[in-house]
Design a protein around this ligand. Structure first.
Ligand code: ADP
Ligand code: 5GP
Length: 206
């Protein structure tokens, strides 16, 4: 059985990361989403255990000190973290797992999981980003300004990532992300077992 891939997706807020990973997961049967823990309040329509595990700061601190998080960070004023167990379970059962985390988290995961796949998503322009944030209708003016300001900083982390997907036409962006994942599965360096199986069979036939 091949191991599942750890796929990290990061993007400035409003670039379309949530839209893309949801669509991506619907086209990747068997793949799972890494449900983060967060101390922020749930938004309308979000489901505890599906979108996030919404927990108190006290519980968050306990998870950090208990070594239960693969990474954690403070983002836009709240704490977020990736539970280690979900990553372990997915990889060992051969399932791909998609992490929607910020650039600080991406950098920490990269140090621990060298075989991870790191994808950065950008909108076609900063104007388009602003437009999407406003159209989403989820944030007030001050929050939008903070997110746009943060976007400029986040973009400077692009070189930590392996791939860049520009989310202009949604379907094309999702297909591009899926192609990246398909190609990563075909990497020779990930297929040591399969290759040694071929070599043995070849030796047996010789
Ligand atoms: P993020 O998770 O990166 O903050 P969202 O997935 O919430 O971003 O997308 C932000 C807004 O932009 C949403 O209203 C979404 O419907 C819209 N959106 C996403 N992708 C596109 C696209 N390719 N073209 C136009 N609008 C998009
Ligand atoms: P939101 O509150 O809009 O859902 O997410 C805000 C930001 O937090 C996004 O950039 C998202 O990728 C990031 N985020 C969500 N979960 C995690 C996590 O577990 N770790 C880190 N480092 N960032 C996360």
């Amino acid at each position: 059985m091949t191991k599942g891939l750890i796929i990290v997706i990061s993007a400035p807020s409003g670039a379309g990361k949530t839209t893309i990973y949801r669509e991506l997961l619907s086209r990747m049967p068997g793949a799972v989403f890494s449900v983060s823990v967060t101390t922020r309040k749930s938004r309308k329509g979000e489901v505890d255990g599906r979108d996030y595990f919404f927990i108190s700061e006290k519980k968050f601190r306990r998870m950090v000190s208990g070594g239960q998080l693969a990474e954690w960070a403070r983002v836009h004023g709240h704490y977020y973290g990736t539970p280690k167990k979900q990553l372990r379970d997915a990889v060992s059962s051969g399932r791909d797992i998609v992490l929607d985390i910020d650039v600080q988290g991406g950098r920490k995961i990269r140090k621990q999981y060298l075989s991870g796949v790191f994808i950065f998503i950008l909108p076609p322009s900063l104007k388009a980003l602003e437009h999407r944030l406003r159209n989403r209708g989820q944030d007030d003016e001050q929050t939008i300004r903070v997110r746009l300001e943060n976007a400029r900083k986040e973009i400077s982390y692009i070189t930590d990532y392996d791939y860049l997907v520009i989310n202009d036409k949604l379907n094309e962006a999702v297909e591009q992300a899926r192609s990246i994942i398909t190609a990563e599965h075909a990497r020779i360096s990930r297929l040591k077992n399969e290759i040694s199986g071929f070599k043995k069979a070849q030796a047996g036939n010789a």
